[in-house]
Design a protein around this ligand. Structure first.
Ligand SMILES: Cc1ncc(COP(=O)(O)O)c(C=O)c1O
Length: 362
């Protein structure tokens, strides 16, 4: 499969250069979309087919479509970066392809093969290349998704599935420099249980995270931290980011992958970068009590969250009804800052891509 397999119907009223510049000047995350969308359709008999690039438009969807009733959906999130030489690169898209395929299997949706996934991105980025920002830490956020579209209220896997790829120019996640975040420990809510869908990137996980996220905001915090559902004791992840703690002895800890945590591409990359730099990285169960005690006695000197959207973000405070602790001095620590810089330097082509993570699409 290659980008040529996606038949292009150009948008009859694509944005003019001036309109585009206005839209891209200060885009709110996920609210500005490019002119086109990549699509493909799956049926049990034909498999994946009807690959196309279409003008971006509202969908026509049967009100009985499976996704609207039973949430049969999975999605991904990755970015395209413009380098100083004008070329456009993706960061580890094969990892997103693999995770989307795994999510699809969990939701009984047909996986999109890796070459097809990559071809759809290349095809869309070619057509909408002018939408890839060239300044600062801006990028083109890519949102692939799969939805069950069969018009049937039967509770069984949809016999018609649509793949779509949307793209949004996004600015730096933090305008005016990286802002350390405060974290609220979810009270009475869990993100995922054993055997559930925690390891899949599927809409329902995010729908269920909004009430606990609101709880965090009601307590003056930016993000919610989930504990494990079995013991209500071990830290898992934030609503949309993985978490790490840097210890005074130089080692770095992060919750191990248990099946209830989304395995972040950024998380895996951070682990590789730290290990390549000679640091010990420990993936283990981390009790909230242990983390809190470490922050209080100074054995934990930094904490950070990481994900595609915000890259690496310092955690300033950990808050629950029982405590409110400041991590280090509440600012960005040395390891956190180094990781953020190292990753973004690779993504924007300012540093050698020694680990071979960047894939050129144009
Ligand atoms: C629940 C959750 N955890 C972790 C992450 C970080 O994953 P990645 O680094 O692949 O963006 C995300 C974002 O995709 C997420 O939604």
């Amino acid at each position: 499969m290659s980008a040529e397999d996606y038949a292009v119907t150009p948008h009859p009223q694509a944005a003019t250069a001036e309109e585009r510049a206005g839209l891209m000047a200060a885009p709110v995350f996920g609210e500005v979309f490019t002119d086109h969308v990549a699509r493909a359709t799956w049926t049990p008999d034909a498999g994946w087919g009807h690959r196309r690039i279409e003008p971006f438009a509202d969908l026509s969807l049967h009100p009985g479509a499976t996704v609207l009733h039973y949430g049969q959906q999975v999605f991904e999130g990755l970015k395209a970066y413009r380098w100083a030489d004008g070329s456009i690169r993706l960061f580890r898209p094969e990892a997103n392809a693999a995770r989307m395929a795994a999510s699809a299997v969990r939701l009984s949706l047909p996986p999109v093969p890796e070459d097809d996934f990559l071809a759809s991105i290349e095809a869309l980025v070619r057509v909408d290349q002018e939408w890839v920002p060239d300044e600062g830490e801006a990028s083109l956020y890519l949102r692939p998704l799969l939805i069950g579209t069969e018009p049937s209220l039967a509770v069984r896997p949809s016999r018609r599935v649509e793949y779509m790829l949307l793209a949004c120019p996004v600015g730096s996640y933090f305008s005016g420099g990286v802002k350390p975040v405060s974290i609220w420990v979810a009270q009475g809510f869990h993100r995922a249980g054993a055997g559930g869908t925690g390891q899949a990137k599927t809409a329902g996980n995010y729908a269920a995270s909004m009430q606990p996220q609101q709880q965090a905001q009601d307590h003056g915090c930016d993000q919610v931290l989930f504990l494990d559902a079995r013991d209500d004791r071990y830290i898992e992840e934030l609503g949309g980011m993985n978490v790490f703690a840097v210890r005074r002895d130089g080692s770095v800890w992060t919750p191990r992958i248990t099946g209830t945590i989304l395995e972040g591409v950024t998380r895996a990359s951070v682990i590789e970068l730290l290990r390549a730099a000679g640091r010990e990285v420990v993936e283990r169960d981390i009790a909230l009590d242990e983390l809190r005690a470490g922050i209080e006695d100074g054995s934990v000197v930094e904490a950070f969250a990481c994900g595609t959207a915000a890259v690496v973000t310092p955690i300033a405070r950990l808050v629950s009804p029982d405590f409110d602790v400041l991590v280090g001095d509440g600012g960005a620590g040395a390891v956190t800052s180094w990781l953020r810089e190292t990753l973004t330097d690779i993504q924007y082509g300012r540093a050698d891509d020694a680990l071979g993570w960047m894939r050129r699409v144009l």
